[in-house]
Design a protein around this ligand. Structure first.
Ligand SMILES: C[S@@+](CC[C@H](N)C(=O)[O-])C[C@H]1O[C@@H](n2cnc3c(N)ncnc32)[C@H](O)[C@@H]1O
Length: 228
């Protein structure tokens, strides 16, 4: 007897392939034809995934065995790239994003484990402080294109602050953001950036240090760390 796949697997999804050149692996990421912002791959996630790959090219153990947490992972491009490059990654997003995110983790599981990495998904809503995730010690936080609506700014800053204060490690945060043209989006970004720089050390990573084919004037890449 043949087992039918859930209908969204056959009808609504289409895959995107992303090469992780440094280890000759290709991630297969399923996107949804119609859906919310967590159902497509955003360019900022490609810039960050490819920056991590560039760093691993320069320093082969850059991600090996380290504990990485992704916020607002969407379909999981950044976290899955990090796991394929050897990191132990927890990818997080809203509860409704978990089905597709877990599908993408399963799809790429064999590649990830062959590289010594690991990936799992858990829901984490920014600003909701009761999660076990805050009790863990993370080496690195990654997030791509997560600053896009007003109500999320304070909860996102609060989440970064909670994660930062719950670790004794020298945790580093890599963030990419597409800087959109509209006045509303510009003001949102300025507000977030001002709050971020009040709390953390923030360095803008120049274009020439990023992946030659995956960088853009419109996408900012930040390295964020604790203020001492
Ligand atoms: C523009 S998408 C970016 C997705 C992915 N990082 C990428 O670049 O492809 C923003 C993501 O943030 C997630 N998100 C929005 N508000 C959130 C919240 N309050 N808590 C957790 N995740 C949230 C969305 O579900 C979505 O996956």
């Amino acid at each position: 007897m043949s087992r039918r796949k859930p209908s969204f697997l056959t009808n609504d999804l289409f895959p995107r392939e992303i090469d992780i050149e440094v280890c000759l692996k290709t991630l297969k990421i399923y996107q949804k034809i119609e859906g919310d912002v967590n159902c497509v791959v955003w360019d900022a996630s490609l810039v960050l995934a490819k920056y991590l790959e560039t760093m691993c090219h320069q320093k082969s153990d850059f991600l090996s065995g380290i504990k990485v947490l992704e916020l607002g992972a969407g379909l999981g491009v950044v976290g899955l790239a990090a796991a394929t490059l050897g990191a132990q990654v927890t990818l997080t997003d809203l509860p409704e994003a978990m089905t597709l995110l877990r599908l993408n983790i399963n799809e790429n599981k064999a590649k990830i484990s062959s590289m010594g990495g690991y990936a799992t998904a858990e829901s984490l809503v920014w600003g909701e402080g009761s999660s076990e995730i805050y009790k863990d010690e993370w080496d690195m936080i990654v997030l791509a294109d997560c600053v896009y609506y007003e109500e999320a700014i304070d909860p996102l800053i609060e989440t970064l602050q909670n994660l930062n204060s719950s670790t004794n490690k020298r945790m580093v945060i890599y963030l990419t953001q597409e800087l959109r043209d509209s006045e509303v989006q510009k003001q949102l970004w300025d507000k977030f950036y001002t709050k971020l720089t009040n709390i953390f050390n923030v360095i803008k990573i120049p274009q020439e240090e990023q992946h030659a084919n995956y960088r853009s004037e419109d996408i900012i890449l930040l390295k964020i760390s604790k203020k001492f």
